[in-house]
Write a protein of this length. Structure first.
Length: 399
């Protein structure tokens, strides 16, 4: 009752505040003099959410919260944000943005282009080589004769196959142990101020052109290797070290130069995989009281073995296809010279044979004979790289 004699009805209580449909008002604590619960299944929190009476004065304070865990939800009547990156907010469902389509198309096109390119190269080699192989009067795989100047073609790849494989294996035997040692030194032994310059110098070897390696190998390196060859002559019983009276331009000379050329590839991959060794593996070896070498043998080398194998195979692929350096270093043998397993003999690889006779590619049949040799080299290199990929795929860390 006011001074004017009029009465006002009490205002209706406001509903409790809520966020996202959930009340933020403290749940009401029951007391003995409170009203009974309207229903056994209804809690104090539900009473507060339905606009029930507020807690009585003097009631114990309680933590403000909700019976349900707070969750991020979206409001149905809120319009989507235009241009947002999320499909749920900016892009309608079942619709891909134009940028995603363009990027997906470019990525898929790039991968498909490489596959198509390799297929076209293989098809070209087959189309050009098959007619010459069909007209070959000798055994293409096992003959050592190479005579494509006459009317009848007589050519085989046995000599070239042996020289290509053995010179690459000599390079691998020399390069891989040195590369592993350099990679371990850079990652496990050398201080940081020394490791970076050493890694940079090793990587710089890959930037030297092949023709520089070839000229340096035949003029400077080959004469220095003659004493080593004379020492290896005395290893009796090994046909690989038989003296063939060839002092310069031997397979051994070419293998040493190829080892220097593939050293950066194997070293770079070995250094990368050694640096990726999990820290817990190394710390576990230290905790067991291992020495540095034991830690490397038990933790670093087993983890990096797949990477080392793949790096070695990639280096082998580079050695198989090297052309200019090998062409400048190796001395050519006569067409009727006897076959020899010795690495102290001359010869020609697939690549150097093709390069040495590139000026004679004026007749389709004669050219097809050299393309057939290139086809064998293509298959050999492809098989080596496929084997490297299969080794890498065994460990997800390197795939």
């Amino acid at each position: 009752m006011t001074g004017g004699g009029t009465s006002e009805e009490p205002a209706a209580p406001l509903p409790p505040p809520s966020i996202g449909g959930e009340s933020v008002e403290a749940p009401r604590h029951r007391r003995e003099d409170d009203d009974p619960r309207p229903d056994d299944a209804q809690t104090d929190i539900e009473i507060a959410e339905n606009g029930g009476p507020a807690p009585r004065a003097g009631a114990a304070a309680s933590v403000v919260g909700s019976a349900e865990p707070l969750a991020v939800t979206t409001v149905d009547d809120t319009p989507p944000v235009s241009g947002a990156g999320s499909i749920a907010l900016g892009t309608p469902p079942n619709k891909v943005r134009i940028g995603d389509r363009v990027f997906h198309g470019l990525a898929a096109g790039s991968g498909g282009f490489i596959v198509i390119l390799i297929g076209l190269v293989a098809a070209f080699l087959l189309v050009k080589a098959i007619p010459s192989i069909a007209d070959d009067k000798s055994n293409f795989l096992f003959s050592r004769t190479w005579d494509v100047d006459g009317a009848a073609l007589r050519f085989g790849i046995l000599d070239m196959l042996w020289v290509t494989v053995i010179i690459s294996l000599v390079a691998m035997v020399i390069a891989v142990p040195i590369a592993i040692g350099i990679a371990l030194f850079i990652t496990q032994y050398a201080p940081r101020r020394l490791a970076k310059p050493v890694a940079y110098i090793v990587d710089l070897l890959a930037a030297i052109p092949s023709i520089i390696y070839g000229i340096w190998g035949i003029i400077v390196l080959a004469p220095k290797l003659e004493p080593v060859q004379r020492v290896l002559y005395h290893l009796g019983g090994f046909h690989l070290f038989k003296d063939e009276n060839v002092s310069l331009g031997t397979i051994f000379n070419g293998g040493v130069v190829l080892a220097i050329m593939i050293l950066p590839i194997v070293t770079a991959i070995g250094r990368d995989v050694f640096q990726r060794t999990p820290t817990q593996n190394i710390e576990a070896a230290w905790a067991l009281g291992a020495t540095r070498w034991e830690m490397i043998r038990l933790a670093v080398l087993p983890y990096g073995r797949p990477g080392l194998i793949s790096g070695s195979m990639l280096g082998l692929g580079r050695a198989l296809g090297e052309t200019i350096a090998v062409m400048l270093i190796l001395s050519k043998r006569g067409n009727g010279s006897p076959f020899s397993f010795s690495i102290f003999n001359g010869g020609e690889t697939f690549a150097s044979k093709i390069a040495n006779n590139a000026a004679e590619f004026n007749d389709p049949k004669r050219t097809g004979a050299f393309i057939a040799a290139g086809l064998v080299l293509f298959v050999l290199t492809f098989a080596v790289n496929a084997a490297a990929r299969s080794v890498v795929s065994r460990r997800k860390e390197f795939s």
